[in-house]
Design a protein around this ligand. Structure first.
Ligand SMILES: C[S@@+](CC[C@H](N)C(=O)[O-])C[C@H]1O[C@@H](n2cnc3c(N)ncnc32)[C@H](O)[C@@H]1O
Length: 221
């Protein structure tokens, strides 16, 4: 685990000095050669903080045709979870290999998989979604693109749309060497400016380091 973490930190640092600061994501997926255990964030299940929220808020399927967008979907487990819960799902990632891989391992899925960049989403996505899901993307981005990316999120919501963000929460003043970079609470809360905050919760996971803190934030437009 520690070896993988150091590799991610090294790749991201190298990429930050290159012309393609996001290129390291693609590198992780290609070098994994189809072995999910070599992708540090892949665990073949939907994120538990997300699935528990979805199950509680939508115990029955949403209205017919309700549309969800999964940002930086990786191998697609959250997208497929949503689809099974009755959503029409668009899911995208900046990595072509991740998208090809997600399509391959979810052959029966009707999810609309797409290669796209959160910093320049297709125009037709603006103001379009009933639900936008961001899990572990902002915390994996360096500071400058992260700020730009955060400003896109609420613009993807339709008039009643919900935004769910999940990640690591910063719990000290000590600067962490990332990625992932735990996010400060004030910074997270600013993501949903102009929307109504429905939830901000903090939790710990049994399999995490003792000082790792997680958050889930939900806003309604
Ligand atoms: C830490 S992984 C998390 C993947 C997935 N959400 C999960 O929780 O397993 C971050 C993902 O975001 C993708 N990503 C990074 N920057 C992106 C961007 N600008 N636009 C779209 N996807 C991006 C990466 O390729 C990677 O799949």
């Amino acid at each position: 685990m520690e070896e993988m973490r150091q590799r991610v930190i090294g790749l991201a640092a190298e990429a930050a000095m290159s012309e393609d600061p996001s290129g390291w994501f693609e590198q992780i997926y290609t070098e994994a050669e189809g072995d999910w255990s070599q992708v540090p964030w892949a665990d073949q299940r939907a994120n538990p903080l997300f699935s528990s929220w979805l199950d509680r808020h939508f115990p029955t399927p949403p209205h017919n045709g309700a549309k969800a967008l999964v940002i930086g979907c990786g191998l697609g487990d959250d997208a497929v979870y949503l689809e099974r819960a009755g959503w029409k799902v668009n899911a995208f990632d900046i990595s072509q290999t991740a998208i090809d891989w997600a399509e391959k391992i979810h052959p029966d899925s009707m999810v609309d998989w797409r290669v796209a960049n959160l910093l320049e989403p297709p125009v037709e996505w603006f103001s379009s979604f009933d639900l936008v899901v961001e899990i572990h993307i902002l915390q994996a981005m360096a500071q400058a693109p992260r700020q730009d990316a955060a400003e896109v999120l609420t613009k993807l919501l339709n008039e009643q749309g919900l935004l769910v963000c999940i990640g690591r929460l910063s719990n000290s003043e000590v600067e962490v060497i990332g990625p992932p970079w735990p996010l400060a609470k004030d910074w997270i809360l600013a993501i949903g400016q102009g929307c109504e905050l429905q939830e901000f919760s903090e939790s710990r996971r049994q399999d995490d380091e003792p000082d790792t803190l997680r958050f889930r934030a939900v806003w309604k437009r």
